[in-house]
Design a protein around this ligand. Structure first.
Ligand code: HEC
Length: 307
């Protein structure tokens, strides 16, 4: 081998090694980045929590949503609302829709971050599709819920107290670890009603105003299914609701939850549930609760046989 050839090789071999390492880093960068961020809280990594916040403050922030799909994943993925205003400490339910445009089932994994990054430690997610590997069947479309709250401590930290808007961004990647993925079909709108999910949605979106034992800001909803509207004992209803003369059938509950004031003008409930599959599951929960209340023994038997 000539001396120049030898010299060239001495340069070429390390160059190839470096390129190889760099390609490896690029291929695994989503995973590495996720591990790095989870370990350090860097880059606006958010907090995951099992339960909601207890304190709600008057201060509000705007939360904007952004959804992206990495190259190589034939999914359409977008937020169902561009932004929401939330009180600090308030539990908020929002939806993202995802559709697999391909002919094969695919497992995706979402990474997420918030900007400004300093708000990341105050952004808490209770329920999110981003915790798991998620499989979407060919051509399936789903509405995926995210429940979050912004910690009231945001308003007292010197680095974050001037923040009025936070952006939550997701990017879906093709999963590098598809084994054991969860099935996103649990969020398909035409799926069977799921009272357990309804109970969770109830505690996240209704329980601030409604109890099942006593009246709060709103009337007690114990046994509300098929009950006459405006009839919870001791609650001071709007006259519009009392005079409506309706009963809370599944159909009426669905129209009520979609938009109470459009359904019955002059009523006082300020909340709405725009997502049809969330309404379906909340109503399934209210129905189950009412039936168990009417027949406590039948409920107990159903419960014990379910165990
Ligand atoms: C911010 C408070 C608030 C939230 C959140 C809220 N509600 Fe209400 N709700 C009210 C108020 C106030 C009324 C009474 C309306 C009136 O008298 O016009 C009401 C009335 C109702 C009624 C009629 C009950 C009756 O006795 O006739 C139903 C049913 C109901 N809410 C269901 C729900 C469900 C389910 C959720 C969760 C998805 C929910 N509400 C979320 C405040 C709230």
């Amino acid at each position: 081998m000539s001396p120049t050839r030898h010299k060239n090789l001495k340069i070429l071999v390390p160059c190839i090694a470096v390129i190889g390492i760099m390609l490896g880093l690029v291929a695994y960068s989503p995973t590495l980045y996720r591990l790095f961020c989870a370990a350090t809280g860097y880059g606006g990594t958010t907090q995951r929590t099992a339960s909601g916040s207890d304190a709600v403050s008057q201060r509000t922030v705007t939360v904007r949503f952004d959804a992206n799909v990495a190259p190589g994943l034939p999914w359409r993925f977008e937020p169902e609302q561009n932004e929401v205003n939330v009180q600090l400490g308030e539990n908020k339910l929002v939806f993202f829709s995802a559709e697999n445009l391909g002919d094969q089932p695919i497992v995706g994994h979402a990474t997420f971050n918030v900007t400004p990054g300093s708000a990341g430690i105050y952004f808490n997610k209770i329920q999110c599709f981003c915790f798991d590997e998620e499989r979407l069947e060919a051509h399936q479309k789903v509405d995926m819920p995210v429940v979050f709250f912004v910690d009231p401590a945001l308003a007292t930290d010197r680095d974050t107290r001037d923040i009025n808007a936070i952006t939550l961004s997701y990017t879906f990647f093709r999963s590098t670890n598809p084994g054991g993925a969860k099935d996103l079909s649990r969020f398909v709108a035409s799926a069977e009603p799921n009272p357990a999910r309804g109970q969770q949605l109830f505690s996240e979106t209704c329980a601030a105003c409604h109890g099942l034992e006593k009246n709060k800001t709103g009337p007690s909803l114990a046994g509300v299914f098929e009950r006459k509207a405006g009839s919870a004992a001791g609650y001071n209803y709007s006259s519009a609701l009392v005079q409506s003369g309706i009963r809370w059938s599944a159909d009426n509950l669905d129209r009520w939850l979609a938009n109470p004031r459009k359904f019955i003008a002059g009523v006082r409930m300020p909340a709405r549930v725009p997502n049809a599959s969330a309404r379906r599951d909340i109503i399934a929960f209210l129905k189950q609760e009412s039936q168990q209340r009417a027949e406590p023994t039948a409920g107990a038997i159903a419960q014990s046989s379910a165990d």
